[in-house]
Ligand binder design. Sequence first.
Ligand SMILES: [Fe+2]
Length: 252
Amino acid sequence: MTAAAAGLATANESRTGTIKARIDESINELLASLPQPENLTAVERRGIIARYTAVLEGNFIYWMTGAYLSVRSDEARAKIMDNLREEVRDCHPGMMRRFAIAAHAIPTDADAQAVHRDLMNVRLFIGRLSAVPILVTMAFFEGFIQRFMSYLAELARRQGSVEMEYTDVHGVCDVTHTQELFRALQAEMVLECPLPEKEMFEGVELLRRLIKSIVLNEMNTRRGSHVRQGNRDFGDSADCQGRPQESASPDR
Ligand SMILES: [Fe+2]
């Protein structure tokens, strides 16, 4: 390795470290905002599991496929392919569905409607196929899921479920997935000019809003406000270039 290449690698490692710190901070903040399971009603617990399922079951593989299509380095492609292979081979959407069924939380039209706008914003962001911001977003998401699993499992247990394969698998395998995504990010950053911070973390912000829609929907409704306030600046204008909003349907 030449001195210039070694210098670039060191600079990228330090930038990845800064991104990781910011992601960890966002995850900590999000986890700290979760309502305590013992303070939730059965309806609220069901709603969180159902909305989480409505989002994850039909979209995670799409998001990860977007990451695959956007990256240029062989290293990043190989790591994302491993992740996708595991999702498909072990049928993670099926695992998710079994988890929801056992917790009596199969998503309904209302659950899909509750997350529709924020989910569309994430889909449109992924559709831009911009490698570095997508990898930052997916690293955030895998990191969040890994730590969210014990909370989700607790909600399901309180719903009377003993079907914990989904939460058991994702509490463990997403540790490796997060590390691999950071390695993929490092490989891609070598190929791209540094991005402004806003652009780099745009997907993280959109996902944070989506997760808040999943978790806080019923509580905001109960308090007489609505969770939609986070969408004003992105949703309407970005939704398919001004075409009428599509009607929500469960993402199954
Ligand atoms: Fe998965």
